[in-house]
Ligand binder design. Structure first.
Ligand code: ATP
Length: 223
């Protein structure tokens, strides 16, 4: 059976950096699907900017029509912090011995040791690292060790083994970040071409990244 990709994030908002990376991995690893899992209560962030419902709707709009792309609201339905290990454990219960591939950007991988029960992740899934501009693969410390012990270049192992490998993939480098998108919107600029129009429409309609009445942004700015 083809591996299942699991791509978590705040997606506040989702953008082409997420979508293109996921798409390239879908093809390169012949994943059966990529499940986008918006985080409900992300432990690493003080708060999100758009509500959980809007972030879900934006991901849903972004993946709509793309075969193999699915949005999963399981972390939004769960109370308390959204720990990836809990999500992986549920997927493992559902999918038996299938290969599970947790997709993370390089910046997220570098922060892995701060994740709840991070050292158990490979018991449930492979970790697939997507290159991200400005970030290097760690070669020292616990993450360097994890790579040295569990790293592989062999895609076949990701298909035949259910979990336990770390695989690094050079996706097309798109220097897009949600933080920068929110900053641009707050400065009155249009996020067009950084994300699908369907996502931009939700942002414009909801005004979810506008800051207060005095902000320069209005519907007109988006024409
Ligand atoms: P923020 O700027 O608010 O930190 P973000 O753009 O990093 O947001 P997240 O929702 O936090 O978006 O990211 C979810 C996952 O997608 C993370 O693993 C992150 O590393 C990865 N990711 C985000 N943007 C890119 C990109 N441009 N290229 C590759 N991976 C990315």
């Amino acid at each position: 059976m083809s591996p299942i990709g699991i791509f978590g994030g705040t997606f506040d908002p989702i953008h082409y950096g997420h979508l293109r990376s996921a798409f390239e991995l879908l093809q390169a690893l012949s994943l059966s699907e990529v499940r986008f899992v918006p985080s409900g209560d992300p432990p690493h962030r003080g708060h999100t900017f758009a509500s959980a419902e809007l972030r879900y709707r934006m991901v849903e709009a972004a993946v709509s029509g793309q075969a193999g792309f699915v949005v999963d609201d399981l972390e939004l339905r769960r109370d308390g912090p959204s720990y990836t290990i809990d999500t992986l454990s549920l997927y493992r219960q559902e999918h038996g011995d299938s290969s599970l591939c947790l997709i993370v950007g390089m910046d997220a991988y570098r922060g892995l040791t701060s994740w709840h029960r991070w050292d158990e992740i490979l018991d449930f899934a492979h970790i697939i690292i997507a290159h991200r501009p400005g970030w290097k693969l760690p070669d020292t410390g616990e993450l360097g060790k994890l790579l040295a012990q569990n790293g592989t270049d062999d895609i076949e192992k990701l298909r035949t083994e259910p979990c336990g490998r770390v695989y690094n993939h050079a996706v097309t480098q798109l220097e897009i970040a949600s933080t920068e998108i929110r900053t641009q919107i707050a400065a009155g600029r249009d996020p067009r071409f950084l994300m699908p129009d369907s996502v931009r429409d939700i942002i414009v309609e909801s005004g979810c990244y506008l800051k207060g009445e005095s902000n320069l942004i209005s519907g007109e700015n988006y024409a």
